[in-house]
Design a protein around this ligand. Structure first.
Ligand SMILES: Cc1cc2nc3c(=O)[nH]c(=O)nc-3n(C[C@H](O)[C@H](O)[C@H](O)COP(=O)(O)O)c2cc1C
Length: 182
């Protein structure tokens, strides 16, 4: 598959790194916001070089004259993981202020799958409303939620649960958690 992965400045860079590792073998077009790179310094899940090495091609978030910002560049899906409330607000209101929100905009207009992994807590009323608006615009909303019945033992298990949910939305098989089959 050919997938655009965008990382924004919410907590959860390790989710993006795990997703990129699970997507190995696919064609990955990666764009990381400036604020996301700041968050990486706190979340310590590898260096900038480690992250970019997981992608086929890396884009400048401030450069909108690139392929991912055009609807004529065919991709199968786009994932914004994690999705900050700032980026969510732009997406929900159709504001294309950088390469990430422009890429979301073109993929929505082309009626392609766009998955958002919004992360903040607690959630403000504007954030909740923006999730509804983004859903109405055609995005899938997959927040990183804790799950206990899968009996997670490590943070990596919890991360894997969210990544498994994203892979399921992409139609990609995985063994990151056991399926409910009673
Ligand atoms: C360590 C750290 C953690 C943050 N966590 C969140 C978060 O979980 N959710 C969120 O919406 N913003 C969070 N922020 C704030 C965003 O980074 C900030 O709103 C930024 O403007 C987002 O820009 P972007 O959408 O271009 O990435 C965090 C900032 C820092 C420094």
């Amino acid at each position: 598959m050919k997938i655009v992965v965008a990382v924004t400045g919410a907590s959860g860079f390790p989710i993006a790194v795990r997703l990129l590792k699970e997507l190995k073998g696919n064609e990955i077009h990666l764009v990381v916001s400036d604020h996301a790179w700041d968050v990486l310094k706190y979340e310590e899940c590898g260096s900038r070089e480690d992250v970019t090495a997981l992608a086929t091609r890396v884009y400048d978030p401030n450069e909108i004259h690139t392929s991912i910002c055009s609807g004529s560049f065919p991709v199968d899906a786009m994932v914004v993981v994690p999705c900050s409330m700032n980026t969510l607000g732009h997406i929900a209101n159709g504001i294309e202020h950088n390469a990430i929100t422009r890429a979301v905009g073109v993929n929505l207009k082309q009626e392609r799958k766009v998955i958002l992994v919004p992360r903040d807590t607690p959630l403000s009323l504007p954030a909740l409303r923006n999730m509804v608006k983004a859903k109405e615009a055609g995005c899938s909303i997959v927040p990183p939620m804790l799950c206990y019945y899968t009996k997670p033992k490590t943070i990596d298990d919890l991360t894997g649960y969210t990544v498994g949910k994203i892979l399921e939305m992409l139609g990609i098989g995985h063994e990151l958690y056991e399926r409910w089959d009673k």
